[in-house]
Design a protein around this ligand. Structure first.
Ligand SMILES: NC(=O)c1ccc[n+]([C@@H]2O[C@H](COP(=O)([O-])OP(=O)(O)OC[C@H]3O[C@@H](n4cnc5c(N)ncnc54)[C@H](O)[C@@H]3O)[C@@H](O)[C@H]2O)c1
Length: 255
């Protein structure tokens, strides 16, 4: 079995938004010794978050710009980050867009936009990352789905989002099966409502209460709830866990 390197890096896509899950996760992982690569739409914001992480946690951090729906941009960003960081052991695909459009109003462009970022983007980044991980004999991939995929919508976003996020689960299981013998694990986190700005802006207390009432706990989730799950799934100790979907959703979906 290939050793899990002491000096290691994780790349997070979609980690530049100030109140997002990605930025909180990057900080959480850096606190635990991971060197950090950040890919987001805007190169300047990605680099700013990387600089803040390097300064606060004393790790190596680098940022690059890419639209994850564009494979050439994703590959160029990876090349840039790989040159700046220690061995890439982890990839966390968080880049995503919401889509509250009712099914009968979904245009071809809207469908392509949502599938392009939320599903194709996961494939492009995973494909590039595992090319390196396979050579090294070790890798951990974590992809973000949503309770919306499992329950048939029921949150802010509707069918295009659900379809893309359900695709992420099938994609992840299949890559887990194909690359298990190469030392790579692939898992999914399926969050319930988390207090970020992705659902049409910062949530009011009323919206949070209504969302919490749907689950079995008395609150909605925080970015830290998801960061902790990511930290576990990319850890050395999670090496016997693959092809799984971990629901971090306050009990919204039980199966
Ligand atoms: N917040 C929730 O309730 C919730 C629930 C379930 C799943 N999720 C998923 O968690 C992930 C993170 O969401 P968040 O709540 O932190 O939202 P967010 O909007 O704060 O973060 C999304 C990030 O993705 C980036 N991004 C968007 N399109 C991109 C593209 N084409 N290329 C590169 N980067 C792009 C944004 O710039 C942003 O930094 C998403 O995949 C989302 O679908 C969130």
């Amino acid at each position: 079995m290939t050793e899990f390197p002491q000096s290691r890096a994780v790349i997070l896509t979609g980690a530049a938004s100030p109140r997002g899950i990605g930025r909180a996760s990057a900080h959480y992982l850096a606190e635990r010794g991971w060197n950090i690569g950040i890919i987001d739409l805007d190169a300047e914001s990605a680099r700013a978050v990387a600089a803040e992480i390097a300064e606060q946690h004393g790790v190596i951090a680098a940022g690059a710009g890419a639209n994850v729906a564009d494979e050439a941009q994703v590959r160029a960003a990876f090349d840039e980050l790989e040159a700046a960081l220690p061995q890439i052991v982890g990839l966390v695909n968080l880049a995503g867009v919401s889509s509250p459009v009712p099914y009968l109003e979904v245009t071809a462009d809207e469908w392509d936009r949502v599938i392009g970022v939320n599903l194709n983007g996961v494939h492009y980044a995973t494909r590039r990352a595992v090319e390196s991980m396979v050579k090294n004999g070790v890798g951990r991939v974590v992809n973000l789905s949503s309770v919306s995929a499992q329950r048939g919508g029921g949150t802010f976003s509707k069918t295009a989002y659900s379809a893309a996020k359900a695709g992420v689960i099938g994609f992840s299981r299949s890559v887990a099966r194909e690359l298990g013998h190469d030392g790579i694990t692939v898992n999914v986190i399926s969050p319930g409502p988390i207090d970020t700005d992705i659902m049409g802006g910062t949530l009011t207390d009323e919206r949070k209460e209504a969302m919490a009432a749907d689950g079995v706990l008395s609150r909605i989730g925080t970015p830290r709830d998801i960061a902790a799950a990511i930290a576990y799934l990319i850890s050395e100790d999670a090496g016997f866990v693959t092809g799984q979907t971990l629901n971090v959703d306050g009990g919204l979906y039980m199966h």
